[in-house]
Design a protein around this ligand. Structure first.
Ligand code: AMP
Length: 379
C-alpha cells in the first residue's frame, strides 16, 4: 500500500486524494489548520511546516511527498527531500516561490516576460518607475497569491500610496515592479512531466479573473495553432530546465498574438480543474502518476469545457446538476469572503451547446456577469 503525503490540505489536496482512490493510494496531509478541507478525506498531521517534529511525523508515515501549496518554506521541503522522495523538487519549488527568480529563469529560457525590476527600497522604486513607466504593478516577490500582495500603479503619482501599502514588505518577502500588460486574453498551459522526463500538456485554457482571482476557465482556448504550439514550447523548456516532476501551470498573457509569461504554479492548478470531467486523464490523476513513476495518462480532451469558480459561498447546485454536462464540486469549506469554496464544470460536445448551458446556469444563479465573457468568446 502506497501512501502519498501532501503538504497543504486545501481543495487541491482533497481533489488529489479523490483522484488517487481508484489507484489504491492512501494519503496523509499536513496543514497548519485542523479544519483544512482535505482532512475530510485523509488523515492529517496538524502542525507548522517549520516544526521538525511535525515534519518527522509526516515523513515517517508517507512513501513520497508532494504539495498542494507552493509556499511551504524551502528549508522544510529540503529537510523532507533529504529523507523521502519529494516531487516537484525543492529547487523547482524555490524558483516558483520567488517572482524574481521565476522571471529571471523565464528570460534565460527565451520566454518573453513583462518588464520587471527588483525593489529593495524606496529609491529602487523611483528608479524602476522611471524606467518601466506607468501603468505597472508592485508585487511582493514571495507569498503572494490570487492577486494578494499587489498594488496597481496607474500613474507616477501613485508611488507614495504603493510604497505605503507594500514598502514594509521589501525587507521581509521582497518586492518586484512589473510593467502592466494590456493583454487581450489570459491563457494557461497545464502540463505534466514524469520521473522519466515524459512530457504532456492539456489543451491551452483561457482564463478570466475578477479582482485577481480566477473566475472562469474555458478549454480548449479558442486559439490558433501557432499560439498553442508556442505556449507548449515554453512549458516544455521550463519543465526540462527544472527537471520538473508532476503537474504545473504556466500562466500567460496574450497581447497582439504575442505571449508573455506571468507565473509558474508548481502544482495542480485551478485552471486545470475542468480536466476532471473534460479530459481522458485529469491533472490530479496525472500528478499522482508522475510523482509515483507510473505511466502518464492521455491528456486529450473530450469536447469543450468551462469551469466556474465559486468564491465566498456555494450557490444552489440545482441548475448545474440539471445540465446534462454539469458537474459539481463542493470543497466542504465554511463560507468566507474571497475564499474559493467550490467550482462547477460544464462540458459539452460543441461550442454552441456549451454556450447555451452557460446561459441557462448564469441566468438561474444570477451569475450573468461571470458567464458573459465566456459566452462572448464562444460566439
Ligand atoms: P498573479 O498573482 O501574478 O497571477 O496576478 C493575478 C492577476 O492579476 C493576473 O491573473 C492578472 O489578471 C493580473 N495581473 C498580474 N500581473 C499583471 C501584469 N503585469 N499586467 C497585467 N495584469 C496583471
Amino acid at each position: 500500500m502506497t501512501t502519498v503525503g501532501i503538504l497543504g490540505g486545501g481543495q487541491l489536496a482533497r481533489m488529489l486524494a479523490l483522484a488517487g482512490a481508484p489507484l489504491g493510494l492512501r494519503f496523509k496531509v499536513m496543514d497548519t489548520s485542523a479544519d483544512a478541507c482535505a482532512g475530510q478525506f485523509a488523515p492529517m498531521v496538524v502542525g507548522d511546516y517549520r516544526d521538525d517534529a511535525a515534519l518527522a511525523e509526516f515523513a515517517s508515515s508517507v512513501d513520497v511527498a508532494t504539495f498542494d501549496f507552493e509556499n511551504v518554506p524551502a528549508e522544510s521541503a529540503q529537510w523532507l527531500a533529504e529523507r523521502i522522495p519529494v516531487f516537484p523538487s525543492p529547487r523547482a519549488l524555490a524558483v516558483a516561490q520567488d517572482r524574481l527568480a521565476e522571471k529571471t529563469l523565464f528570460r534565460e529560457l527565451g520566454i518573453p516576460v513583462p518588464d520587471f525590476a527588483p525593489i529593495d527600497n524606496r529609491e529602487d522604486l523611483d528608479a524602476a518607475l522611471a524606467r518601466v513607466g506607468a501603468p505597472c504593478i508592485l508585487k511582493t516577490r514571495r507569498l503572494g497569491y490570487d492577486g494578494k500582495g499587489q498594488f496597481r500603479i496607474r500613474s507616477l503619482a501613485d508611488a507614495d500610496a504603493a510604497w505605503a501599502a507594500l514598502g514594509e514588505q521589501a525587507a521581509t518577502v521582497g518586492l518586484i515592479l512589473e510593467g502592466f500588460v494590456a493583454f487581450d486574453r489570459e491563457l494557461s498551459v497545464v502540463a505534466v512531466r514524469g520521473r522519466d522526463g515524459e512530457f504532456r500538456t492539456w489543451p491551452l485554457t483561457e482564463n478570466w479573473h475578477v479582482d485577481g482571482v480566477l473566475s472562469a476557465s474555458l478549454a480548449p482556448a479558442l486559439a490558433d495553432d501557432v499560439l498553442t504550439a508556442t505556449a507548449v514550447d515554453y512549458a516544455r523548456a521550463l519543465a526540462d530546465a527544472l527537471d520538473y516532476v508532476g503537474v504545473f501551470a504556466l500562466e500567460l498573457f496574450s497581447r497582439d498574438g504575442e505571449l508573455l509569461a506571468n507565473e509558474l504554479a508548481p502544482r495542480v492548478h485551478n485552471s486545470g480543474h475542468w480536466s476532471i470531467e473534460g479530459s481522458e486523464t485529469s491533472q490530479f490523476q496525472n500528478h499522482l502518476r508522475a510523482v509515483l513513476g507510473l505511466p502518464l495518462g492521455d491528456t486529450r480532451m473530450v469536447g469543450h469545457a468551462c469551469m466556474l469558480n465559486w468564491i465566498g459561498a456555494m450557490p444552489d447546485a440545482g441548475p448545474v446538476l440539471a445540465e446534462p454536462g454539469g458537474h459539481w464540486h463542493d470543497y466542504g469549506k465554511s463560507p468566507r469572503e474571497g475564499r474559493k469554496v467550490g467550482h462547477a464544470t460544464l462540458r459539452a460536445d460543441g461550442v454552441a451547446e456549451l454556450g447555451h448551458a452557460l446561459e441557462r446556469v448564469g441566468r438561474a444563479l444570477g451569475r450573468e456577469p461571470q458567464v458573459a465573457p465566456v459566452i462572448a468568446r464562444l460566439g
